[in-house]
Design a protein around this ligand. Structure first.
Ligand code: FAD
Length: 287
C-alpha cells in the first residue's frame, strides 16, 4: 500500500519544529529516521496530516561527554552509537546493545530518539535507558522539561511525550568506577526484534552483587525492571548458587503476554535462561 496524503515540512531549528507541532496540534508527526514511521504510513497504521522532518536540525545530533553525564542527541543514528569510542568507553551497555538493533541499513538511518519515542516494548535502547537511569530532555511550547526513564515509558508504544513536544536528547549519568554492564537477547534471527532481552548494570565489588538494575524487554508493555530479582541478588556473593536462587523471583517480576513469536510460558522460560546467562557474563566482565 502507499502512504495516505500528507503535507511535509523541514524545519531548520528546534524552535521552528515546535512551532509546526503547536500549529498542527495532534495532526503532525515528527519524522526522524523514518524506519518505523514510514512503514506505519505505508500500512496505514498512521495517517498524520503533516510530517515534520527533523533531519536538518544539527543541534539534535551527536554524542557529548560532560563532567557527570553523556548526552545522546535524539537524532543520533544507531550506527553512530555503534562506532562511537565515547559510547564504548562510558556506556558499554549501549555499545553491546546497539548491534542487536535491526540490520545495518536500518541502523544507518534509525535514530536513538526515534527508538525511544516509538517505545516498542521489544526494543533494546529503551531498556538500556532504564537500566542506566537516563533522563530524557524534552522541548515543548512552555520550554524544556526533564523526565526520568522510569517515568518516560508509559505503556505499549506510549511515552511521556505530548503531541506538541520534541525529544531533544537523553542524558546518561557517567557510571561510577567499578560499574559493570551485561546485555543479552534471544531473537529468531539476528536483527529481529527480541523475543526476550535483558540489560543489566551494577556493581560486583568485593565479589558481591550490588546496586543492580536488571531490565527486561519483550516481556511486557514497556521495559520492565525486575525489582524482586534485584533484591534477591543485593549484597549476595556473586556465585552461580546466588544466581540460581534469584532466578526463582522472576515470576514475581514478569507477566509476559503471548505474542506472534512465543507463548507466555515460553517467554517466562526464556527470560530465566537468558537472565542466568547474562548474569554469568556480568560476573566474568567484573572479574
Ligand atoms: C525490519 C526492521 C527491523 C527492526 N528491528 C529493530 C530491533 O531489533 N530493535 C529496535 O529497537 N528497533 C528495530 N527497528 C526499528 C528501528 O530501530 C527504528 O530506527 C526505530 O524504531 C525508530 O527510529 P527512527 O529514527 O527510524 O524513527 P521514525 O520512524 O522516524 O519515528 C518513530 C516514531 O518516533 C517519533 N519520533 C522520532 N523522533 C522523535 C523526536 N525526536 N521527538 C519526538 N518524537 C519522535 C515519530 O514521530 C514516530 O512516531 C526495526 C525496524 C525495521 C524496519
Amino acid at each position: 500500500m502507499k502512504a495516505p496524503r500528507f503535507a511535509y515540512a523541514r524545519p531548520a531549528s528546534v524552535a521552528e519544529a515546535l512551532a509546526l507541532l503547536v500549529e498542527h496540534k495532534g495532526d503532525a508527526r515528527v519524522l526522524a529516521g523514518g524506519q518505523s514511521l514510514v512503514p506505519m504510513l505505508n500500512f496505514r497504521l498512521a495517517a498524520p496530516k503533516v510530517l515534520v522532518d527533523i533531519n536538518r536540525i544539527a543541534a539534535l545530533s551527536g554524542i557529548a561527554v560532560a563532567k557527570d553525564h553523556v548526552r545522546i542527541g535524539a537524532l543520533t543514528r544507531h550506527a553512530e552509537l555503534e562506532r562511537s569510542a565515547d559510547i564504548a568507553r562510558h556506556l558499554p551497555l549501549i555499545a553491546q546493545a546497539v548491534p542487536q538493533v535491526a540490520h545495518a541499513a536500518i541502523r544507518n538511518r534509525g535514530t536513538f530518539g526515534g527508538s525511544c519515542a516509538l517505545a516498542d516494548p521489544a526494543a533494546e535502547l529503551p531498556a538500556c535507558a532504564l537500566a542506566l537511569a537516563a533522563t530524557f530532555v524534552i522541548a515543548g511550547p512552555k520550554g524544556e522539561r526533564r523526565v526520568a526513564a522510569k517515568d518516560f515509558f508509559a505503556g505499549l508504544y506510549a511515552t511521556a511525550l505530548r503531541p506538541d513536544e520534541l525529544l531533544l536528547a537523553a542524558e546518561f549519568p557517567l557510571p561510577k568506577p567499578g560499574r559493570v554492564s551485561a546485555f543479552g537477547e534471544l531473537a529468531r534471527r539476528h536483527g529481529d526484534y527480541a523475543m526476550v532481552g535483558i540489560a543489566v548494570h551494577g556493581s560486583n565489588a568485593g565479589k558481591r552483587f550490588s546496586d543492580l538494575h536488571a531490565v527486561f524487554f519483550g516481556v511486557g508493555d514497556r521495559p520492565v525492571r525486575a525489582t524482586n530479582f534485584e533484591k534477591a541478588l543485593e549484597g549476595q556473593p556473586a556465585t552461580q548458587k546466588t544466581i540460581e536462587s534469584a532466578l526463582g523471583k522472576l515470576d514475581a517480576d514478569l507477566d509476559p503476554r503471548a505474542d506472534l513469536q512465543a507463548s507466555a510460558a515460553a517467554k517466562r522460560h526464556l527470560a530465566r535462561v537468558l537472565a542466568g546467562r547474562v548474569l554469568n557474563q556480568f560476573m566474568v566482565a567484573a572479574a
